[in-house]
Design a protein around this ligand. Structure first.
Ligand SMILES: [Zn+2]
Length: 292
C-alpha cells in the first residue's frame, strides 16, 4: 500500500521543481505579463524594452501582408530570450505611402505616424522603459525612424530611443544567394518567412508577377522623388521569391536574432546616452552660456 502511494506521488514530486521554474521565468511579451510580473520584468530587463515595427503591405503574390510584422517580432522575441527585454505588442503604424495602390495596405497620415510613435515611446518610458530599442522590419521606415530618433532632442524626456535597422551584410557569409536584386518579397525575405511561418510563405506562386526593375524613371542619379519606387517596381515586388529556401532563411534569421541580442547587451551597458541627453537639454535651455 505504502509503495503504491509513493509511486502515485512520485510524478507529482518531480513536477514541482519544473512548475516552480515555469512560474519564475518571465515572458518576454508585454501583453502576457501580469501587473506584478511587469514590475519584475522591468527590473530584470534593466528597463530595456523592444518596439518591433512592421507594416501592412503587399509582399508580392506569394507572401502575407504582415510579413515585416512577423519577422521583426520573431527576431525581437528570440533576441529577448537571449538577453532579457520586454517586447511591445504588434505595431504596424509606419511609412508605406508607396503601396497605397495595393490591397491591404494601411498607410496612416504622417502626422498620425509620428504622433503615435511618440505617444507609444512616451508611454513605454512612463512605464519604466528607460531604454527603448526599435527593431525595424520594414524598408519604407528607413528614413522615418532616424528622423524620429533625431527629433527626440526636441524636448527633455527620461528615456533613450535606439534604432536597429540593418540587413545582413554580404560579409556575414551564409549560403550563396541566387539573385542580385533582392529588396522586397525577394529571395531573402521569402526564405526568412519559410522559417518563421512556413504555412504563409508560397514561393511556388512567386512567378505570378514580375519583381524585376522596370526602370521607368529617367531622372539622373542623386535626384530623389517619392515615386522612385513605383517607377522601378509598380507591383510593389522587387526580387524573385521563387528561389527562396529554408537554409538561407535559417542563416539570415540566426544572424538577425544574434545581432539584436548583442545590441540589447550593449544597450544595457550604455550609461552614457541618457547622461549626455540630460547635459544637452540643460545647455539648450540657455545656449548663450555654452562655452565658445
Ligand atoms: Zn518586407
Amino acid at each position: 500500500m505504502r509503495n503504491r502511494i509513493f509511486s502515485a506521488l512520485l510524478p507529482l514530486l518531480f513536477s514541482i521543481p519544473s512548475a516552480m521554474q515555469a512560474q519564475a521565468k518571465l515572458s518576454v511579451h508585454w501583453e502576457e505579463l501580469t501587473g506584478p510580473d511587469f514590475v519584475k520584468a522591468i527590473q530584470q530587463s534593466q528597463g530595456t524594452c523592444i518596439l518591433p515595427i512592421g507594416i501592412l503591405e503587399k509582399h508580392g503574390p506569394h507572401m502575407p501582408i504582415g510579413s515585416d510584422l512577423f519577422t521583426s517580432r520573431y527576431t525581437s522575441a528570440h533576441a529577448a530570450e537571449q538577453s532579457y527585454a520586454i517586447v511591445f505588442p504588434e505595431y504596424y503604424f509606419g511609412q508605406i505611402d508607396e503601396a497605397r495602390h495595393e490591397p491591404g495596405t494601411m498607410a496612416y497620415p504622417r502626422e498620425v505616424v509620428l504622433a503615435l510613435l511618440q505617444a507609444t515611446t512616451d508611454e513605454m518610458g512612463r512605464n519604466g522603459c528607460k531604454k527603448i530599442l526599435i527593431v525595424n522590419g520594414h524598408g519604407g521606415n528607413n528614413h522615418l525612424l532616424p528622423y524620429f530618433a533625431q527629433t527626440q532632442l526636441e524636448k527633455p524626456h527620461n528615456y533613450v530611443v535606439y534604432i536597429f535597422d540593418r540587413r545582413m551584410p554580404t560579409t556575414a557569409g551564409g549560403p550563396q544567394k541566387k539573385t542580385t536584386n533582392d529588396q522586397h518579397a525577394g529571395e531573402s525575405e521569402t526564405s526568412k518567412m519559410m522559417v518563421i511561418r512556413p504555412d504563409l510563405a508560397h514561393p511556388e506562386r512567386a512567378k505570378m508577377e514580375s519583381g524585376e526593375d522596370q526602370h521607368h524613371s529617367t531622372l539622373p542619379e542623386g535626384v530623389y522623388t517619392g515615386i522612385w519606387w513605383y517607377a522601378s517596381f509598380p507591383d510593389h515586388y522587387s526580387g524573385d521569391g521563387s528561389v527562396a529556401n529554408r537554409e538561407l532563411g535559417e542563416y539570415q534569421m540566426r544572424w538577425w536574432v544574434d545581432s539584436v541580442a548583442k545590441v540589447l547587451t550593449a544597450i544595457k551597458a550604455d550609461d552614457t546616452s541618457l547622461k549626455l541627453q540630460k547635459e544637452f537639454w540643460e545647455k539648450s535651455e540657455h545656449p548663450v552660456d555654452t562655452p565658445q
